[in-house]
Design a protein around this ligand. Structure first.
Ligand SMILES: Cc1ncc(COP(=O)(O)O)c(C=O)c1O
Length: 413
């Protein structure tokens, strides 16, 4: 049996990324992944945002190895441990407080969708309303509550039950002539709208899986103001574009807004470790003890990695580094990628290149893979190349990756 046949024969048909990147990977460092034939790939996928600080980041690794070697507690449900104490203190004092953010930290299960589920439950419990509003084009996870928000038909198709209690609102880019904030306000005030007032509106500040649509500061401020006016909770899903991906640690900082709740996962685990946080204003913390539970909440090694990741982010001024790289990418896009029939969108270190259709985007991604670049597709019909380099990629790695995209597009378009 060849290596690939092992996966094809034994693993479920549900597998997905391994179909896009058909190599058996062995080691990785920074922005580079290696397969078992020794071929190197530049990683512009980064675990869909879980590897902002690069693969096997030495600083974080050392902290994790030291913890393992000390026989530190590995599993403790949500008991009090030193890693949890140190993470909470560091996050509070070095990340939240300097930004003037007063939030309670909840450790849900260790994935993004777990964090979203917890936020939905709490929002509904606080407001005693069952509806949640989400945007068309959003992605919030694959478990039932989160999936009822997630808008793409392919993901929803797997549910097998009705996905209820969510109203989808057009995203602002879908109908540029429509004021979608006003539209939402009409839904709330028109006694013939037929739409119930929600407990919360959940939003990504950049729709990542939706095709890299960056929402303007004015739009985000508009949603905040609407939520305030009508006593609705604003939830920001910062799972993919948080952790400095857009140039500020929390993606909503650029709009000068503070949500009522936000959810983090992916790179908050520092090293690609499973970890998630559901954050909410203290007055919303009406949980009874154990009302939301889970065996793997607060994985201890993830907490060690998460704290080390935050230290690394601050010590290496990663936010400023992202802003610098944004300039490099934007210039490169203008000079080398822009062409008729192509739309380019992005901020910080997340960029989307929309081409004519999904078939062409697939051909480009496959060509890039052949040339040694790993890059995902996103958006309607999967027609957007989604570039997510490590925030700590060297300029040389960044340019090599961009050159591969340019060359692949030149060959195929
Ligand atoms: C914005 C957003 N929310 C939620 C999720 C779900 O996270 P997870 O796959 O860890 O459940 C994702 C995953 O891609 C995401 O991008």
């Amino acid at each position: 049996m060849t290596d690939v046949e092992v996966f094809e024969n034994y693993e479920s048909e549900v597998r997905s990324y391994c179909r896009s990147f058909p190599a058996v990977f062995t080691t990785s460092k920074g922005s580079i992944m290696k397969d078992e034939n020794g071929k190197e790939y530049i990683d512009f996928f980064c675990g869909a945002g879980a590897l902002n600080y690069g693969h096997n980041n030495d600083y974080i690794k050392e902290k994790m190895v030291a913890y393992l070697m000390s026989d530190g507690i590995m599993h403790s449900m949500d008991m009090m441990t030193v890693p949890k104490k140190e993470f909470l203190q560091f996050f509070e004092e070095k990340v939240l407080q300097p930004r003037g953010l007063n939030f309670k930290v909840m450790f849900p299960g260790p994935t993004g969708t777990n964090g979203v589920e917890a936020a939905l439950k709490l929002a509904r419990k606080v407001k005693k309303r069952n509806q949640i509003w989400a945007l068309m084009g959003c992605f919030h996870g694959m478990t039932l509550g989160a999936l009822s928000l997630t808008s793409d038909a392919g993901s929803r198709g797997g549910a097998g039950v009705c996905l209820n209690d969510v109203t989808h609102i057009p995203a602002p880019y879908m109908f540029p002539e429509l004021d979608t904030i006003k539209y939402m306000e009409t839904l709330l005030t028109d006694d013939h709208s037929g739409v119930e007032k929600p407990a919360a509106i959940i939003i990504e500040t950049v729709q990542a899986e939706g095709g890299v649509h960056v929402f303007s500061n004015e739009y985000l401020q508009g949603v905040r103001a609407l939520c305030d006016k009508y006593d609705i909770l604003m939830i920001v899903d910062d799972i993919q574009v948080g952790c400095a991906r857009t140039g500020t640690f929390f993606s909503f900082e650029r709009a000068g807004i503070v949500p009522d709740m936000f959810v983090m996962s992916k790179s908050i685990g520092g090293y690609g470790m499973p970890f998630a946080l559901t954050m909410f204003k203290p007055e919303l913390d009406i949980w009874s003890p154990g009302e939301h539970n889970g065996t793997f909440r607060g994985n201890q090694l993830s907490m060690v990695a998460a704290k080390a990741g935050l230290e690394y982010m601050l010590d290496h001024k990663v936010e400023a580094e992202v802003k610098r790289k944004e300039g490099i990418i934007r210039k490169y896009m203008d000079e080398n990628i822009a062409r008729p029939g192509v739309e380019i969108r992005g901020i910080g270190c997340i960029w989307g290149v929309q081409v004519a259709d999904g078939k062409l985007a697939l051909a480009i991604c496959n060509k890039c893979f052949e040339k040694g670049l790993i890059m995902e597709r996103a958006g309607r019909d999967n027609n957007v190349l989604k570039l997510m380099p490590a925030l700590v990629a060297t300029d040389d790695e960044l340019m090599r990756g961009l050159d591969i995209i340019r060359d692949s597009m030149n060959e195929l378009m």
